[in-house]
Write a new protein. Sequence first.
Length: 878
Amino acid sequence: MPVLISGVLKDATGTPVQNCTIQLKACRTSTTVVVNTVASENPDDAGRYSMDVEQGQYTVTLLVEGYPPSHAGVITVYDDSKPGTLNDFLGAMTEDDVRPEALRRFEAMVEEVARQASEASRNATAAGQASEQAQTSAGQASESATAAVNAAGAAEASATQAASSAASAESSAGTATTKAGEASASAASADTARTAAAASAAASKTSEANADASRIAAGDSAAAAAASATAAQTSAARAGASETAAKTSETQAASSAGDAGASATAAAASEKAAAASAAEAKTSETNAATSASTAAASATAASSSASEASTHAAASDTSASLAAQSSTAAGAAATRAEDAAKRAEDIADVISLEDASLTKKGIVKLSSATDSDSEALAATPKAVKTVMGEVQTKAPLDSPAFTGTPTTPTPPDDAKGLQTANAEFVRKLIAALVGSVPESLDTLQELADALGNDPNFATTVLNKLAGKQPLDETLTALSGKSVDGLIEYVGLRETINRAAGAMQKDQNGSDIPDKDLFVRRIGATRAFDGAVTIGGDDNPWTTAEFISWLESCGAFNHPYWMCRGSWSYAHNKIITDTGCGNICLAGAVIEVMGVRGAMTIRVTTPTTTSGGGVASAQFTYINNGDGYSPGWRRDFNTVNKPAADEMGALSVNGGRINGALGIGTDNALGGNSIVLGDNDTGLKQNSDGVLDVYANNALVARLQPGKLYVVGDVLAGDGRKLSLTSDNNSSLNSLFNLWGNSDRPTVIELDDDQGWHLYSQRNPDGSIRFMVNGEIFTTSSIHAGANTISTDGNIYGSLWGGWLNDWINNTIINRFVQDIRLGGIEYAQAWNGPGYNDTPGYVITGVMNGNSDELIDGVHRRPLQKLIGGVWYNVASI
């Protein structure tokens, strides 16, 4: 299962690293990842990164634009690894941290040896191929030498034929001399014979020239084919013999020409005798012609021999070139073999092996010298090739060359001589080496555990040695040391001591010596105590003293810290300077969030208290610095409800309303007025002692001390009679008059000497109006149809479904907000989560930043709630 690795990539100053790529390269093959595969992650502009990483071991490299790659380290992700930051994984302890450095260096040396052995094997293969090519070239040179020998034989045959031709010419000349004296007539024939002899001599010259060409070509072939020099020299010698024979033929032809001249002189003296021997001269002429033909054929054969010799010389050149290439390849192979031997020697130095000698085993150094008397150097293929080239003509050695899979007797375990070490002997030495390990590795199980349970450990070690560094002074100093000596030398004593005291995974943290320090170091939350004595007595405490006590308990060392006071009023302090009530800390739950310079403290008191403390309350103290008005606040709840004046509300037990009041509607009259149902119908106080009555925004009556003014008619009942009485002690006369006209059909009017008081009239439409020219006072209720205005100011009417006071209480007062509070706390992750949207009706009550960086970790919020009619409701908006 992938493990989440996420966080913020920052530099030493806390600034997010931008334009950076985090690269993870697999160090080995796991169940899901193949070795050397690469994954990358690009943090955003704020340096945030998030990766789901498979189980395995990875090399971490940071690639920042404009800078060379930076190796950050190696991380190991296990199946049970917890999510964390890249810093957590880079700082985690790995199996390599407790692995002895000496073992790691040994593995590195084994890898280097394996790599060098592989390279030496490849060089040996290349040398073998070069040797095969050289042998092929030698065969081709041998074939070229054979061809040259054949060419020399052909030249010799040509010379023999030329000699035969010369002998024939000589015989013909002798015959002509014998017969010349007999007849002068044979002079012409003799001249003809002389001409034929001259032609034979010319043919001999041609044969000589061809023989010279053959000799030159054979010489070139001999020079080009150094490997076939002996054969070429033989061919040249034979070509020289051919040349000598040709010169002999030339001499004989010249002699024949001289004899022919003598024959001509004799013919002049014995012309008569020549006629008798004409037939014989004719025969001699025929023989001379035959000799000339034979000489021409010999010249042609010599030319062909020269051409073949030239062809073989070219082939010999090619063979020589191939031989030179093979020699070069063999030299390169020998050089690579020497390099491999040198690297093997370096590796031997790394693992503290000495040079081999006649009396002890060790690393053998290679040399290409063929004249060295040293017994400490081994010959390279190049040296062997040189020596073999010198002894090719000698008898082979008794000892055969090893091919295939040779076997050899196994030397005894204490062998120190020059015996050949075979595979069995090497295995016994390795077994003895394994058997000499310390007691902690003296069993197969312990050895297997130490070797990582690797059934192919030899291959693994050789592969690792192939990439290790050569021997240096430090590694030489390690040679021959005991395990303790190695540990002391490489400085691992303290590491091993620390590993011996390391935490055990199966203890689940129970073996941590100082758990508080451990929790503080890893930045975890801390539950300090469930019944701690706070302060030691019940005396008053200031907030500053309370914070000092929290600091002494390490409350600000953790992102979240909490405790609970013990149930003893006498041993727990009381905070008295909150400004919103005393806090008795006995049984109280204390929560601390943040650090000393930016803290949030929440105290929840129990249901009982003492010392004037507020029970069942939640106090919150926020201090982000003196410049941000630090202080306490107390949250209201169902037990601690706020008073009406604390909330700016009107108490159901009476109180003051400022401004206009609308009952059942908005108020359009303004000022100090009450409208009833209609926004411009109601009562309004317009001045001191004046109460006006409005209907549809029209003044219809006014009440003043001792007076009632009615603007309009005052109607009372529908009787036809009106009885009036008088005590006759009034200062003015009064008149109650019943009158009417077309506009006012029936009017009942009360007047005095100064004017009218009131009247009641029926209008043309049948309606009645009652008007008072002054004030109206009543000791009882005023009724208007089914509606009543009582003496206490209460109004009864169907509009209210009863009394106005009841309607106001039920409809308005009981619907007033009686209390407010913050609801249950909600939390959301902010830096790597959705956080909260701007939701109406919610209040942010806390912001957490566990690792004190520039990004917050999470946000707390609570809904704002109101109490109406005994029921709490979430406020939809503010």
